[in-house]
Design a protein around this ligand. Structure first.
Ligand SMILES: Cc1cc2nc3c(=O)[nH]c(=O)nc-3n(C[C@H](O)[C@H](O)[C@H](O)COP(=O)(O)O)c2cc1C
Length: 325
């Protein structure tokens, strides 16, 4: 449906931006910012393009994407195949005037790049076209990337990218800066990250990326391929990490919930656990774009059933006394 025709109960206002519905296209589908307009037209409330790396790079050798249909899951080790910042910038250029829909830009680093420098360059070159910016420190397929989630590394990285944003854009409000986290963080990692995030002025956290874990329930013959697992088997892990991060940050930092969402009920569970917005990828592969209409209708119905006048009221509801389900 068009950009403003969604049920008003699904509207979400956050970071000074109006989302017609909270269901976003997760990063990795439109890696080079080529089809974001079509995805918005298909009914997504927002689209995250990327991850984009500074210089073009081919990513890992094929095969690098495996279907596990029995599990409604995928395993990928794409390794940031990207046409680079310059090309993405061209594709996003038209957005400078005509800002239709909400497009986030997810920045990665080159395999042999230097993390801080690559992310700063990404902010400088792409911030002017982004409704929000994501520093992806959680892909399992770029060696060393996830180590950036340690408290010390994160503190310095956040300061650097905030500086770059301040130099790159003067827009008011500045495009919000988000970090995308792995669902494989230990309890200690989560505590550290919540502490750093709270003191850093970071605008949001995305929880999260694919998992390197392999739940014992997997049936698909490809289950032992290396890479990140996405889809239904990731749902409970990623939702529990989201819930914990919301608790640790006391609901003060907006969260985007991602991982295994394939229905309105799944989206609702993430919202109640603390997500202000959600995203999906794998379910679209198995169910096609008709999924969006079904999900939006179901989510609106669940919000009304539970007496919420708008989506914002339901965010983190599981954490409030008397509202647990
Ligand atoms: C083929 C594929 C490529 C992906 N590439 C990226 C990427 O470049 N950057 C990123 O932050 N996440 C990437 N992701 C992760 C997704 O954005 C999402 O976090 C993850 O798939 C969990 O959501 P889902 O279970 O709905 O698929 C990729 C996922 C898949 C399946």
């Amino acid at each position: 449906m068009g950009l403003t025709s969604d049920d008003p109960v699904l509207h979400m206002r956050i970071w000074g931006r109006s989302f017609p519905n909270p269901i976003g296209m997760a990063a990795g589908f439109d890696k080079d910012a080529e089809v974001y307009d079509s995805l918005l037209q298909a009914g997504f409330g927002f689209v995250e393009v990327g991850s984009i790396t500074p210089e073009p790079q081919p990513g890992n050798p094929k095969p690098r994407l495996f279907r596990l249909p029995q599990d409604s899951a995928l395993i990928n080790r794409m390794g940031f195949n990207s046409r680079g910042f310059a090309r993405a910038r061209q594709r996003l250029e038209s957005r400078r005037q005509l800002r239709r829909g909400i497009v986030g830009v997810n920045i990665g680093k080159n395999r042999n790049g230097e993390a801080e420098a690559d992310y700063m360059r990404g902010i400088r070159e792409l911030a002017a076209y982004a409704d929000y910016l994501v520093i992806n420190v959680s892909s399992p397929n770029t060696p060393g990337l996830r180590a950036l989630q340690s408290a010390v590394a994160l503190r310095s990285l956040i300061a650097a990218v905030q500086r770059a944003r301040g130099e790159a854009v003067t827009a008011d409000p500045l495009p919000p800066l988000l970090l995308k986290l792995a669902p494989d963080l230990t309890a200690e990692d989560r505590r550290d990250i919540a502490g750093v995030a709270a003191g850093s002025g970071i605008d949001g956290l995305i929880v999260g990326n694919t998992t390197i874990s392999r739940p014992p329930s997997l049936h698909g013959p490809h289950r032992s391929e290396s890479g990140g697992l996405s889809g239904a088997p990731l749902f409970s892990l990623s939702t529990e990490v989201l819930r914990d991060i919301y608790r640790l940050t006391e609901g003060r930092i907006p969260l985007i919930g991602v991982g295994g969402i394939s229905s309105g009920a799944d989206a609702y569970a993430k919202i109640r656990a603390g997500a202000s917005l959600v995203q999906l990828y794998t379910a679209l592969v198995y169910q096609g774009p008709g999924l969006l209409r079904r999900m939006k209708a179901e989510l609106a119905q669940l919000l009304r059933r539970d007496g919420f006048a708008g989506l914002a009221e339901a965010v983190g509801a599981d954490h409030r006394p008397g509202m647990e389900r």
